[in-house]
Each structure stands twice: as C-alpha cells, then as structure tokens.
Design a protein around this ligand. Sequence first.
Ligand code: ADP
Ligand code: MG
Length: 298
Amino acid sequence: MTKPLISIEALARRYPKHGGGETTVFQDVWLPIRKGEFVCLIGHSGCGKTTILNVLAGLDQPSAGVVIVDGREISGPSLDRAVIFQGHSLLPWMTVMQNVAFAVTSRRPDWRKDKVRAHCQKYIDVVHLTGSEHKKPAELSGGMKQRVGIARALAIEPKMLLMDEPFSALDALTRGSLQDEVRRICTATEQTVFMITHDIDEAMLLADRIVLMTNGPEAKIAEIVENTLPKDRQRTDIHKHANYYALRNHLLDFLVTRSKTFASEIGAKGYDPRHPPVVRPGAKPTAVETEPPKAASA
Ligand SMILES: Nc1ncnc2c1ncn2[C@@H]1O[C@H](COP(=O)(O)OP(=O)(O)O)[C@@H](O)[C@H]1O
Ligand SMILES: [Mg+2]
C-alpha cells in the first residue's frame, strides 16, 4: 500500500466498570486508509464503531493508540475531518444557506461574503437543494435535512469525511437516492470517506473496502473485505454481477455467525491485528495466493 492518508494504530477504548476493573470495548485496532478510498465499517451494535469514528473526528480520546492524519497525530477536532451524524444536527434558526455558510466561514475566515455564498451554492446544487436555500430546517423533510448535512460537510472540503449511519433514519427511497448522490460526489472529488453502516447493501454499493468488526467487548477487526464488484457498479444492476452473491453471503454470514465465533477461530489460526486477513469474495485468487507457475521445460 502507498503511504496512507490516515493511519489508525493500536487503538483501544476502555471504560471503568461498576464495582471496579474496566471493560475493553475494542482493542488493537489497526487500519490504514488511502487518499480517495471509501471505507465502510460494519459490526454489531456496541462493538465500538461510533467510538472509533469519534476518535477519528477528535471528539473522543482513545485509551491507547493513535490516529495519524497526513503524518501528524490528531489531537482534537479539526475542519480537516467533517462529520455527518445519524441525525441531521442543523442549527434550527438558520436557513439552509446559513447552515452551510456557517461551516464554510469557520473553515475560510478570510473569504468574502460573496465568495462564501457562491461556494455554498455549488454544494447546495450538488445535493439537489437548489431553490430551498432560504428554508429553515423545520420546513424540510428528513431527507432534505440530511442533504443539508452532506452539503455542509462537503463544502468545507475536508481531508476526510466521517459518516455514522447517515441514512439509517430515512425511508428506503430517499436512502437510495442519497446513497447514489454520495457515491457520485465522492468518486468525482476523490473524497476519502470512513462510514459506519449496518446495511450490507449500502456497504456493497459504496465501499472500496468493508471492515468487519467482531462483537464486543474486546472487539477487534476480524477481516477486511475488498469489494469485488466493478467500480462502475450501479444500484440498479449491482445484483447482476457474478461476484454479487459471494460478496453478500460472505458479509451476511459474518454478521449472523462469525462475528460471534471469530474470537475462538483466531486462536487456532493465528491472528495479527496489524494485518487482519484480507478477503475478496468471488474473486479469483491473486498470484500471491496461488502456487508459483512451474518453469516451462524445454
Ligand atoms: N461513557 C461510557 N461509559 C461506559 N461505557 C460506554 C460509554 N460510552 C460508550 N460505552 C460503551 O461502549 C460500547 C461501544 O459503544 P459505541 O461506540 O456507541 O458502539 P456502536 O457504535 O458500535 O454501537 C457500548 O457497549 C457502550 O456501552
Ligand atoms: Mg454507533
């Protein structure tokens, strides 16, 4: 792998237990993320996904380990890392334009008002909210509010976009169209993304790599699944690809069974948390995994 943009190294989070001792939510989490990569994190509730995202955002401190962004250890929140939360988290007294502009002005305090406005307008257009600039959150549907959140996060042009189940509160139709938009925008702008989801289909559509976490406590990265579907996949034809079922079944099987049993599996196989197994469901084994070709005899 080329030098990663983000490097999660030996991350752990522990909490004191009632009556003494401590619980380790997750430990020994190592993950490098390349620039422009879209990474999805999947795991059952309670395994520490939100905590990891909060650490990446600089909103929470790990009990051990570090996060390095662009060669520097992070030490708090930064406009380099924008977060899209599960709820929309807009300022209710501000219009759509003002909500986006507020973030942009924090990032670019030297920009003139008209420059900020033009910049915000570009991202409001991108999420198809043109014409709703002057509306306040109360006048918007759930999907529209989430779009404002996306526009706001993209408008600050962060090094990394962090999303915690951003579409989970939306109806299926809105969720689908927003996923398409996020995919289109992130591909076009080569945005680096770290996203938590519990939706396998969402991960298969959006992610380049899907990181699977075992159940907590003491959760860890079980596997890294490379998306074996073509890069130009579309929601409408994704299921027609030869690798679709292999990939989907692998992810499903992990969530249903292996997320619980993985901890006992690794005892037998050996496991290096710095290099969790990488799997490519449905793909032909790469040259590294196959026997070296026999030298042709003369
Ligand atoms: N302040 C806290 N004190 C004790 N335990 C906590 C605290 N915050 C979170 N936890 C525990 O950490 C675990 C992981 O939480 P979270 O990161 O929200 O998981 P996920 O997003 O995967 O559902 C949960 O089991 C939760 O009970
Ligand atoms: Mg969570």
